[in-house]
Design a protein around this ligand. Structure first.
Ligand code: URA
Length: 423
């Protein structure tokens, strides 16, 4: 095989053969194909795209570059969720114990956040003592005993994706539906789940802001999962406004606990229940206990407490609180018509809740609290947002990100919480 032929094939718009795909990913993983050659191929894929057969093979080749977990011997079916990421998206926290309380096993390998959206592991790590790094044996034990585990993906899973994603990040080649879909799905298939529900976010706070590109990404991922033998469903969900009222790691944990306690904001509760039902149905557990009941009767909370404790966390320990707070007040009275998710995410990030480089630490207590959501009536001078920070000098810069974030009495075109469903 000649890598230059492979690059030229894709550059000229032709389809890569399975043998070419297998070879080039294996050779790249072994260092035989150089970064600049892979970057040229990735750019050709950005422009020319990939067929369903190519993207399936590309995913399988990245998957086979590493280990694949196997939970087929568990006494209950595995089912998982992946979100493309959004502002205030803490759904994994109430969702995992809820699904486990209804009879599913959730083996979730998760990531830390980069950019304006926080990662699930960053949120869990604000719980004193909680640890993300579990050995495969420990992960299996927690999953078997508790029914849910959320931990860091080891370096052995889809290493070709890890290397390629880092290269795409610095070569302007992240924005390609086949490359994004194969990257996400190679990691999800590696974790060994039998059923998968994808939460593809749409709106200003999402990775892909428009419905059409989100739908195309969802379709590609559902096809990859289905072709790979995993029952896969996707929901397109709104991310024009932050989910819930809290954005920032410890703030979001506190909100997730409210939901597990039978309360919490209605959008977080509704999306948790909807995704849980989809995960259970995809795993053949549609007739099991209803997720809304598990939130009401405390069984989801019981699993949460065991899940946190099984990973070294203290579910009763106070969460970190930021010493510095500042409020944004309503300049006029009226009905809130927009709270822009991207602006709130950017403010939370500037307050220290997110990171710019993957090795940076995050401030667990930092973030933004919303006091009003679209549809709420506010009076002039009433607090709209509270900013939380570990040091006062972070607040002015974060506040400027929020200048145009909240609109009162503007035009409204809110997205429905669930925009579409694909299977
Ligand atoms: N997330 C991933 O894991 N991969 C991508 O390519 C984009 C987002």
């Amino acid at each position: 095989m000649d890598v230059i032929d492979i690059i030229a094939t894709k550059r000229d718009g032709a389809e890569l053969s399975p043998a070419q795909i297998d070879w080039v990913l294996d050779a790249y993983n072994r260092g035989v194909v150089a970064d600049e050659q892979m970057a040229a191929l990735a750019m050709a894929i950005v422009w020319r795209g990939m067929s369903r057969a190519e993207v399936g093979r590309w995913t399988a080749a990245m998957l086979s570059s590493g280990d694949r977990l196997d939970f087929t011997d568990l006494d209950r079916p595995t089912t998982d969720k992946h979100s493309t990421g959004g502002v205030g998206d803490k759904i994994t926290l109430p969702l995992t114990p809820t699904v486990a309380a209804c009879g599913g096993a959730v083996p979730q390998l998760s990531g830390r956040g980069l950019g304006h959206t926080g990662g699930t592991l960053d949120k869990f790590e604000s719980i004193p003592g909680w640890r993300a790094d579990l050995s495969p044996e420990r992960m299996r034990r927690v999953l078997t005993e508790v029914g849910g585990v959320v931990c860091a993906a080891g370096s052995g899973l889809a290493p070709a994706d890890r290397k390629l994603y880092a290269l795409r990040d610095v070569t302007g080649t992240v924005e390609s539906i086949p490359l994004i879909a194969s990257s996400i799905m190679s990691k999800k298939l590696a974790e060994g789940t039998r059923a998968l529900v994808l939460d593809v976010k749409v709106g200003s706070g999402a990775f892909l802001p428009d419905v059409e590109s989100a739908r195309a990404l969802a379709r590609t991922m559902v096809d990859i999962g289905t072709d790979g033998g995993v029952t896969t469903v996707a929901l397109l969900t709104a991310m024009d406004t932050p989910l819930g009222l809290q954005v920032g790691n410890a703030l979001e944990v506190a909100e997730a606990v409210e939901v597990l306690d039978g309360g919490g904001p209605s959008d977080v509760v509704d999306l948790t229940v909807r995704l849980a039902r989809e995960m259970l149905a995809a795993a053949g557990l549609a007739a099991a206990k209803d997720p809304a009941e598990a939130l009401r009767d405390g069984s989801a909370m019981d699993v949460w407490r065991s899940m946190v404790a099984a990973q070294g966390g203290d579910p009763d320990a106070p969460l970190p609180e930021a010493p510095e707070r500042s409020q944004v007040l309503a300049e006029r009275s009226g009905v809130v018509t927009r709270v822009d998710a991207r602006a709130v995410g950017a403010a939370a990030w500037r307050l220290g809740a997110g990171r710019a480089r993957k090795e940076d630490p995050v401030a667990h207590s930092a973030g933004v609290t919303l006091h009003a959501k679209p549809g709420d009536t506010v009076r002039q001078g009433q607090p709209l947002l509270t900013l939380h920070a570990e040091s006062p000098e972070l607040i002015p810069h974060a506040a400027t990100a929020l200048d145009q974030a909240v609109e009162i009495d503007g035009p409204t075109e809110p997205l429905p919480l669930v925009i579409d469903r694909l299977d």
